[in-house]
Design a protein around this ligand. Sequence first.
Ligand code: ZN
Length: 282
Amino acid sequence: MTAVRVVPLSAGECLNIAALTERGAAWRVRAYPAGFALLLHPARGAVLFDTGYSFRVPALMRRWPGLLYGLVTPVRLRPWQTPLAQLARLGITAQDVRHLIVSHLHADHVGALRDFPAAELHLDAGAYPPLRNLRGLRAVRRAFLPELLPPDFEARSRALTFEPAPPAFAPFETVADVFGDGSVYALPVPGHAPGMIALVVRTRDAAALDGNGLGLTLLASDAAWSVKAARSGEAGHALSNVLFWDAVQGQRSREHLRDWLAAHPRTRVIVSHDAPEPEHDV
Ligand SMILES: [Zn+2]
């Protein structure tokens, strides 16, 4: 079996009111990392899961209608935090990235998509169509900034192929084997955004999908605001649903993740806007 190394990274931070993301938290502003991940695949090379921000995002937030987005979730980004700068420090160039898996199309996840012109873009077939014709304020209301997509976005997009899930993925009914080698699986977790996906990555050769989770990493994207919430299935504050695509679907996706994690508790959990869990040794 193929094992993949997962390197959690973040490109900038968004500022948000803590009480909106976590029940019982204070009504004050907190900085949340705009997480993405580098997957080092033995055959596919440097693969990205999302990108975090680039300076295109704050630039769009300086003019209407991106201005509104910037008022709701202001962005903090420094030159050494961009994905290109961080990958360069690891000896990886933009051209080296041939595969980029997109969890969903919110601006904090595709902010640097245009920086990777050589990458095939893997995403759920349901992620783009509901947003495709939105412009201006209607797009911003969905946390979507169409200007962030490269001009050849559709030509480079590859729809993930979902198939009936083996019992190890229950309660998920379908799963996509992204590279066809059993190393990276996409799970459907729509709700927060249309067609959102999470990933289960095999980080050890011997990791069993139907075991206790040791040797697996779950990249939950925005299906939960924190690692704790991913494990408990707890939702954010009702107000944070304002930007949600489909709250009922979101609830179902959270329950699926919670139940899958309960069955595989040693899985390492990484969500986009919280510190990543350390790897479990035993
Ligand atoms: Zn999001």
